[in-house]
Design a binder for this molecule. Structure first.
Ligand SMILES: Nc1nc2c(c(=O)[nH]1)N[C@H]1C(S)=C(S)[C@@H](COP(=O)(O)OP(=O)(O)OC[C@H]3O[C@@H](n4cnc5c(=O)[nH]c(N)nc54)[C@H](O)[C@@H]3O)O[C@H]1N2
Ligand SMILES: Nc1nc2c(c(=O)[nH]1)N[C@H]1C(S)=C(S)[C@@H](COP(=O)(O)OP(=O)(O)OC[C@H]3O[C@@H](n4cnc5c(=O)[nH]c(N)nc54)[C@H](O)[C@@H]3O)O[C@H]1N2
Ligand SMILES: [Mo]
Length: 686
């Protein structure tokens, strides 16, 4: 029985290596590759059921053309010829009327494979001069902030984490969202490390950590300033390392004068003594590692917050030590493949306008000159993933919008399409998958033939481009040749035969065991930037969130709502999985007992959560897992499970200052037992 080496294609930092058993052309078993240093032979509660996803009775296997009203999900099957004709005439007609900018591509990391992510599609939308999508919905604010402090650098390699003796998991719930990297944290713990979690919510990770610090959401920058000040107050700052390898040590000390620990305690809602104790531990217990997640960046001020946190390991002296320092997402190794160049921005006919992810609804309902009159969605389910659901829905409902969706399933977004084109899963196409959590590239060999008439994204976009009459030399390149170009263009040599034979190779940028013990940062001076003169304010500071810090708004909407990931879905993917939905049948919102009592809400009761943007209903779990003043509604279920409107009906579509990233968790709401007056005025009068 052949065993095929694959790679998990999903949007997760663990990027697992898979072994797929195939019998008579059918995949019959799937397992984690025991040799892969991160996968180590096991799969998560989602991908261990990947064969169910591949052979799911609801897989879309033929092109579909809409027959009913938008959103109703009524379609008929069509041949590829007819469907592609429809797509070419829909896009071509829109371009003839309004120019290329009227087309908006919308995609994210439904598949993380370098080829299926955006190579042929990137070329197509560049060539027609489409509006550019700023793909900022996930990790961009933090990325911008971290780079302000130490450039696009190799961070502490997960293979080195077991050397750490104190690990601070900051806005990260890896037990659920990165279960393989979590094993790396557990290795450190087995060797004696203490695990501290900084999270307003008692996540699964916080539950099993040694210590849990619960700040008010969006105040992490102030917490980092308080921790640095505590280190300085205790005489534990590593002045020698900072003077040798960082810019602006004296300026930072001056800035910390403005942030006494007591002030930071008041902003973050954490005891002064707890901040002092943690700060002192981060400096004294070495190697100490700060590992940030994606979760702490969903608010205004996020870039400066992450920049500020990235200064902490320098002041603590952690970079000196093997396993010590800072890690977020290893951008340097992730970016080794020439993704952007392969998308051929040079094909653009001229300057193009751009729309940030997180403002899709706004773009569809307010842009003119030209309006968005054609939308092409792949690798994404924006009706669930985007904030401001009301606007997204209003946009998708527009009769004058031509909408194409490439999908594996009839998602909430796909129901609004004019044409749906069936896409393959990772088992059915070839790709190479980089990781945004570790330093390995993983090879994905197709295990089975495409199911039904499904095709890889690359082939679908190739066919669309050729129908539109675009340059055959650019678009007829085969997938195998494109993969070869991706690997050949890597910033460091990739051993292609080892990659194929073994299934994975390490991206070796020379990062070594302690990459910045002697500085050597990817900044203009090679030094870490405690002071960065490219910024209006060159020093770290507390850049407050918007709604969370708005006292007038707090009088009307007394709770901050955060919407983290669920344990068993992958964003909205797997929310149609049998085992996953059995374990997580319905959405819920967690409220602290004090907040529930003040609103006469009982555990298990249905509540309405609302603000000026909209409302949703969900069952309430009353638990001190939530911090006082913070409501927690994990996100990912499809709309049916939410009874029609999800938590995104309340989330804001404001974006951050530098990276234009969404601010999902900078969101004030009120909560009432369902059945009482849903308007906040009634609540305020009581
Ligand atoms: N099981 C599962 N795994 C996943 C995903 C999934 O949906 N499900 N999604 C994948 C994707 S796309 C991503 S980006 C990653 C995300 O993985 P994580 O980085 O773990 O992201 P979240 O679960 O959104 O947030 C992590 C924690 O941050 C906390 N948090 C929220 N606001 C704040 C804040 O202001 N400050 C602090 N300190 N903490 C805060 C939340 O309560 C949450 O427990 O996971 C990937 N893996
Ligand atoms: N309120 C709130 N909203 C959030 C977040 C949050 O924390 N809170 N997190 C945000 C984050 S971090 C992210 S990354 C986004 C995620 O949002 P999305 O990127 O929209 O992720 P999914 O909902 O998983 O949708 C991915 C879709 O891609 C499809 N797909 C998978 N593989 C392929 C393929 O090969 N080809 C094609 N054509 N389709 C494929 C899947 O079937 C699935 O429907 O959501 C964001 N939204
Ligand atoms: Mo994400």
């Amino acid at each position: 029985m052949p065993t095929i080496r694959g790679a998990c294609p999903h949007d997760c930092p663990d990027t697992c290596a898979l072994l797929v058993t195939v019998e008579d052309g059918r995949a019959t078993a799937i397992a984690g590759n025991p040799d892969h240093p991160i996968t180590r032979g096991f799969l998560c509660g989602k991908v261990s059921d990947y064969l169910e996803r591949v052979y799911h009775p609801d897989r879309l296997l033929r092109p579909l053309i809409r027959t009913g009203p938008k959103g109703e999900g009524e379609f008929r099957e069509a041949s590829w010829d007819e469907a592609l004709d429809r797509v070419a005439s829909g896009l071509g007609g829109a371009i003839d009327r309004h120019g290329g900018a009227t087309v908006l591509p919308y995609s994210f990391i439904g598949t993380q494979g370098a080829l299926q992510y955006n190579v042929v599609s990137g070329r197509l939308f560049n060539a027609i001069g489409a509006t550019e999508l700023e793909r900022t919905i996930c990790d961009a604010a933090a990325m911008a902030g971290v780079m302000m402090t130490h450039g696009a650098d190799p961070e502490v390699d997960p293979d080195e984490w077991h050397h750490a003796r104190l690990i601070v998991l900051w806005g990260w719930n890896p037990l659920s969202t990165a279960p393989h990297l979590w094993r790396r944290v557990l290795d450190a713990r087995a060797a004696g490390a203490r695990i501290v979690v900084i999270d307003p919510f008692r996540s699964r990770t916080a539950r099993v950590a040694d210590e849990h610090v619960q700040p008010i959401p969006g105040t992490d920058g102030a917490l980092a300033l308080g921790l640095m000040r505590a280190i300085v107050d205790a005489g534990l700052a590593d002045e020698e390392w900072c003077r040798a390898h960082a810019d602006g040590y004296d300026d930072l000390l001056g800035r910390l004068e403005q942030y006494p620990v007591g002030r930071c305690a008041a902003i973050t809602g954490i005891d002064e003594a707890a901040i002092r104790a943690l700060g002192e531990a981060i400096a004294a217990v070495q190697p100490s590692l700060v590992r940030l997640g994606v979760g702490a960046q969903r608010h205004a001020g996020a870039e400066i917050a992450y920049r500020t946190i990235a200064c902490l390991p320098a002041v603590a002296g952690s970079w000196r030590h093997r396993g010590g320092g800072f890690a977020y997402s290893p951008i340097a190794t992730f970016l080794a493949l020439p993704q952007e160049a392969m998308e051929r921005p040079d094909l653009r006919p001229g300057a193009v306008r751009s729309v940030p992810m997180g403002q899709l609804g706004r773009a569809l309902t307010t842009l003119d000159d030209p309006p968005v009159s054609a939308l092409v969605v792949w690798n994404a389910n924006p009706l669930i993933g985007e904030p401001n659901e009301t606007a997204v829905r209003a946009g998708l409902e527009r009769d004058d919008l031509f909408c194409v969706v490439l999908e594996q399933f009839m998602t909430d977004t796909a129901r609004y399409a004019d044409v749906i084109l069936p896409a393959t899963t990772g088992l059915e196409h070839r790709d190479v998958v980089p990781s945004w959590g570790h330093h390995y590239l993983t090879w994905n060999e197709p295990a089975i033939a495409p199911r039904g008439e499904s095709l890889p994204n690359s082939e679908i976009f190739r066919r669309i481009a050729l129908r539109l009459g675009l340059d055959g030399d650019v678009f007829s390149v085969s997938d195998d040749d494109l993969l070869e170009q991706l690997l050949a263009g890597s910033s460091v040599p990739v051993d292609r035969s080892a990659l194929r034979a073994q299934g994975y190779v390490k991206v070796d940028l020379g990062q070594g065991a302690a990459p910045h013990a002697a500085g050597d940062f990817a900044t203009p001076s090679g030094r870490l930037r405690l002071r960065n003169d490219d910024l209006d304010d060159p020093l770290p500071f507390y850049d407050p969130p918007a709604e969370i810090a708005d006292e007038a708004l707090a009088a009307r909407f007394g709770l901050c709502l955060i919407t983290p990931k669920t344990h068993l879905f992958l964003n909205s993917s797997f929310a149609n999985g049998r085992r996953q939905t059995a374990a997580q049948p319905e959405p819920y919102v967690v409220l602290h007992p004090d907040d529930a009592a003040a609103r006469a809400i009982v555990d298990g009761g249905t509540v309405r959560v609302f603000n000026d943007r909209g409302s949703f209903t969900a069952r309430c779990r009353v638990s001190d897992d939530a911090r006082v003043g913070v409501a927690v509604a994990p996100q990912g279920w499809w709309l049916k499970a939410w009874r029609g409107a999800s938590c995104q009906a309340t989330t804001p579509d404001a974006v951050t200052r530098f990276a234009h990233a969404p601010t999902f968790n900078d969101n004030r709401v009120e909560v009432l037992p369902e059945g009482r007056h849903p308007g906040h005025e009634a609540f305020a009068d009581e």
